[in-house]
Ligand binder design. Structure first.
Ligand SMILES: Cc1cc2nc3c(=O)[nH]c(=O)nc-3n(C[C@H](O)[C@H](O)[C@H](O)COP(=O)(O)OP(=O)(O)OC[C@H]3O[C@@H](n4cnc5c(N)ncnc54)[C@H](O)[C@@H]3O)c2cc1C
Length: 551
């Protein structure tokens, strides 16, 4: 396959040559460097690359060019290569134009001239890493062949996508060559999907563990005993893994599906500190996952913690697959599952046009179709914004009288400004129906009592949450809804002091069992935000240190 291209454009020949030289020095091995002396020349080059279907990773454009500014060039070029990263070279006086470009064309970065090559490399390395993680190159990797409406095909795609494993989807109903491939591997094609690997092996309707092993994710711990075990690899668990490992604790994290948790399913997190353009949940998860591993944390994927037991000062975690891991301190960061929509037809059609959360893997399949979103909080708003990029129309159904009560104002504003999003307040889903997949949705207006049945391609549900705490049933104290009590909440609860065995008060995030901590959404009173979950994970580690000094 052709090397991906980095294209640089500048009208000053000397600067252009210097930039080209810097790029070649660092990126020659993995990328093809192409230079152009004007916006028009660069656009011609981009069109040529597109015709050959060559991958293009990054544009580096000078802002101040006489016939076409860098911003104007990027706006044109990104129509052909929307996934390519965009960087502007600016003079001091162009800073404002560059900042505007963040909003207008989604500029990824701007660099002031003259730049230090090292500075350039740091910025581009970061962007190219993200591009490499996101991009779909002409394919020679894993291929998943199935039908769009098969729940197991959805589950495999979701597992791969949320673990940031690239794959190519082959719809056997639309692609006769894919059908032939499947028939050869699984005569009759009854078990789907069939997952084809570059080494020639094919897995038929694999479970998550088999997939994880095949794609090289760690599924077995290297040791049996750790200073700190973290259950759950969402933002709280990842925060704790980064701090635990970096502060010298032998740390293992157990994640039953994919790191990132709920945040990993978010189409765009706009309010996480340090990312002015926002970032996708997948991007955040992949950065945090890499950071935790680099610092020495072990991350087990597709492994479920099924039970926690106490053995003196040791905490024992039983895992799916039969392994038992022992630790001195344990962090429960198992988060929540969003509440199911208990309406006739929903359970039968889940995964076949009905999805919980913003399933990015599915959004693009609803190009030019009418999709519905249920819920009035931020996650529903973000989902609707993402779907509006593909769907002909997005209808948000909200039970209350407005979205503003539960949704951040910036999202309400974005939704109001998006032409193909419609908001129906005081409206709930009554019923959904379809044979093979979702076909219609019946909605009811709570003021008038009127019902209406509308054709629907997809329904995305975002309505509340239940904590994952069965594994600590009868081990740590929970509230009636199953959320874990920690710190002063324990002492304030009905059982009060009796729930806590030591003379000292529990640490802020400590549960009713000394040495077992809880962080993130799984805790009673959690703020339910990415940043607070990450922060709690980090704080928990500082209490782990204090606790370990006492045992
Ligand atoms: C679609 C969506 C969009 C959102 N957008 C935003 C946003 O823009 N900004 C914001 O601040 N917040 C946002 N949130 C909320 C935010 O994602 C959560 O508050 C945050 O993810 C909570 O992190 P957590 O680590 O506590 O739990 P979770 O993210 O729920 O992670 C828990 C992890 O534990 C794993 N797990 C559970 N049980 C077990 C077990 N027994 N064994 C092993 N692993 C287990 C799960 O698989 C999961 O990966 C959004 C949420 C959703 C659903």
């Amino acid at each position: 396959m052709a090397k991906p291209v980095i294209l640089t454009v500048d009208d000053e020949p000397q600067v252009l040559n210097a930039v080209e030289r810097d790029l070649r020095k660092h990126y020659r091995g993995e990328y093809r460097i192409i230079k152009a002396g004007s916006g028009a020349e660069a656009l011609e080059a981009v069109k040529g690359l597109k015709r050959r279907n060559d991958p293009l990773a990054l544009f580096l454009a000078d802002q101040r060019m006489p016939s076409m500014t860098g911003t104007d060039f990027l706006a044109e070029a990104m129509l052909l290569y929307p996934e390519a990263r965009k960087v502007l070279l600016t003079a001091y006086t162009d800073t404002e134009a560059a900042i505007d470009s963040i909003n207008t064309i989604g500029l990824d970065h701007y660099l002031m001239k003259p730049y230090e090559p090292q500075n350039l490399y740091e910025v581009l390395d970061d962007l190219l890493e993200v591009w490499n993680a996101d991009v779909e190159l002409p394919y020679d990797g894993i291929r998943v062949a199935g039908t769009l409406w098969s729940p197991s095909s959805h589950s495999v795609k979701d597992f791969l996508a949320r673990n940031r494993i690239s794959y190519q989807w082959l719809d056997i109903e639309a692609d006769p060559i894919a059908r032939e491939l499947v028939d050869a591997a699984e005569p009759g094609g009854h078990r789907l999907p069939v997952v084809f690997f570059p080494d020639g092996e094919a897995l038929i309707e694999p479970d998550n563990r088999a997939l994880a092993e095949k794609v090289g994710l760690q599924t077995e711990a290297k040791k049996t005993s750790y200073d700190l075990i973290i259950i759950g690899g969402g933002p709280a668990g990842l925060g704790a893994a980064v701090y635990g490992a970096s502060e010298g604790l032998s740390t293992a994290m157990i994640e039953r599906h994919s790191t990132g948790g709920q945040a990993g399913t978010s189409s765009r997190i706009e309010n996480y500190l340090g990312f002015p353009k926002g970032l996708t949940g997948a991007d955040l998860a992949s950065r945090a996952d890499a950071q935790a591993r680099r610092l020495g944390a072990e991350i087990l994927t597709a492994v479920e913690a099924t039970k926690v037991e106490l053995d003196g000062n040791y905490r024992v975690v039983a895992c799916s697959g039969g392994d038992e891991l022992v630790c001195r301190a344990l962090l429960i960061a198992t988060g929540v599952t969003v509440t199911e929509l208990k309406v006739s037809g929903v359970a039968d059609l889940a995964g076949r046009g009905i999805y919980y959360g913003a399933s990015l893997t599915e959004a693009a399949y609803y190009k030019d179709q009418h999709v519905f979103v249920v819920g009035g909080a931020n996650s529903a708003g973000q989902g609707a914004m993402e779907f509006s990029r593909y769907a002909s129309k997005v209808t948000i159904l909200v039970r209350g009288s407005s979205m503003g009560i539960t949704m951040s104002q910036y999202l309400v504003d974005q939704i109001t400004d998006t032409e193909n999003i419609e908001v129906m307040t005081r409206t709930a889903v009554e019923e959904v129906s379809g044979e093979e997949k979702l076909e219609t949705i019946t909605i009811k207006n709570s003021d008038t009592g009127d019902t209406e049945t509308l054709p629907a391609a997809a329904l995305f549900i975002f309505i509340g949450a239940q904590p994952h705490t069965d594994l600590v049933d009868e081990v740590v104290e929970r509230n009636n809804a199953g959320f874990i009590l920690t710190g002063s909440d324990l002492l304030k609860s009905n059982g009060g002091r009796k729930m806590w065995p030591l003379k000292r008060d529990p640490f802020l995030l400590e549960t009713s069992v000394p040495g077992i901590f809880a962080a993130g959404d799984v805790r009673q009173g959690a703020v339910r935000r990415v940043a607070s979950a990450v922060g709690e994970g980090a704080i928990a580690v500082s209490f782990v240190h204090q606790y370990l000094k006492t045992v």
